[in-house]
Design a protein around this ligand. Structure first.
Ligand code: MN
Ligand code: MN
Length: 384
């Protein structure tokens, strides 16, 4: 047993061909066990790539009465300039307070259920309950709130700016705390003493009673509800059945309000892989929901690097860089591919070659017709 309590074989940085040597010095064995493809990288890896992985478990928790949050932004993962992620949980009744921000907010419920509220610029309200696999999207500048229902909830929030921090938003409590009480009183036309107890700073997350059913919180709106729903049932969406799993794509074509963020939810079965591909529209921000996987990314000038991922990790792929994700565990690997875009787009290596003159492909790769005859003209997304 080593100092970390690990009783299994200690991995060593030695490749099958004998390259490398024992690590006899200081080391973090638990870390090495989680990153086998960094300790012994595939022989095809080469050159330098910026770090493309950061775990929410390596970030600071913001603990509050009512829930917690932690974030992976450009401060944790410098390459990730397009999107930022926040992992948040709310207790039963716990509230992420009424607030707004300059960024678009996209979210997926991971555990439990929540109630979201928003009001748009035309005074149209939106109040809805969401459960596991449901999304919400709030356009930039639109005020909103989130509250945990009976069993509490956990969710992932994604913002269309890598510099975002959920601790730096515009909040209802801050505005009251930083406005003279007589101004607040005249704004609302009520006496100053009505605000004697108002918060003196940002509440962020706070504990409140569990709200009753949706109907008892309904607020009749003379302007009607928002014309485009702020929520979408992604997991309930009919998936694309791929040879090695399932794919659910969501963007402004089927969730019309979501004009700044697009996503695909992948289920990669054991032994399967997300096929070799890239995206012609923007960088990819990934969130690993469950299972274990490895991704190799191809960059220009023959550079390639492999990273290992597990639940709670964020991955990143710069614009147009080639990549694939292999399931390295014995359970399904669930992962989100996310883009700062109004649409999901990808280029499949297999499809590209299938639709290119076969003699050209054969001459380029020194392969025969057995290869070109096996190519697929339809995208397969996830292959066995
Ligand atoms: Mn927000
Ligand atoms: Mn991808």
């Amino acid at each position: 047993m080593n100092q970390d309590g690990w009783k299994g074989p200690i991995p060593q940085p030695i490749r099958k061909d004998g390259a490398g040597w024992w690590d006899l010095g200081p080391r973090d064995v638990m870390r090495d066990l989680e990153n086998p493809d960094m300790l012994v990288s595939p022989a095809t890896d080469a050159g330098m790539l910026p770090n493309l992985k950061f775990s929410f478990s390596d970030t600071n928790m913001q603990l509050n009465h009512g829930g917690w949050s932690r974030e992976v932004t450009v401060r944790q993962l410098p390459v990730a300039t397009t999107l930022a992620g926040v992992n948040m949980a709310l207790t039963p009744g716990g509230v992420r307070e009424l607030h707004w921000h300059q960024q678009a907010e996209w979210a997926i419920v991971l555990v439990g259920s929540a109630r979201v509220t928003a009001v748009d610029q035309n005074g149209r309200n939106f109040i809805a309950d969401v459960g596991v696999g449901d999304l919400w999207y709030f356009p930039p500048g639109i005020p909103h709130s989130i509250q945990g229902l009976a069993e509490g909830c956990e969710f992932l929030l994604v913002f269309d700016d890598g510099n975002f921090s959920d601790l730096h938003t515009l909040s209802l409590s801050d505005w009251f705390a930083h406005t003279p009480t007589e101004v607040v009183a005249s704004n609302f036309g009520v006496p100053e003493q009505a605000f004697a107890q108002h918060p003196k700073g940002q509440r962020y997350i706070f504990q409140a009673p569990v709200p009753g059913p949706l109907e008892c919180q309904a607020v009749e709106d003379p302007n009607g509800t928002v014309p485009l729903s702020f929520t979408h049932k992604l997991l309930a969406q009919e998936p694309i059945i791929a040879p090695g799993g399932t794919v659910r794509i969501v963007d402004s074509s089927n969730f019309p309000i979501s004009t700044r963020i697009a996503a695909s939810l992948l289920e990669i079965k054991p032994g399967a892989m997300r096929e070799m591909h890239w995206h012609p529209n923007n960088d990819e921000w990934q969130y690993y929901i469950s299972g274990k996987g490895r991704m190799t990314v191809l960059a220009p000038e023959g550079t390639a690097r492999t990273f290992d991922y597990r639940a709670g990790d964020v991955g990143y792929v710069p614009f147009a860089f080639g990549h694939y994700i292999q399931n390295t565990g014995d359970q399904s690997l669930w992962v989100l591919e996310m883009f700062r875009s109004d649409r999901f787009e990808d280029v499949s290596l297999n499809q590209w070659l299938a639709l290119t003159p076969h003699d050209l492909v054969q001459n380029n790769l020194h392969v025969g017709s057995d290869f070109t005859n096996a190519l697929h003209k339809a995208k397969r997304f996830i292959v066995k």
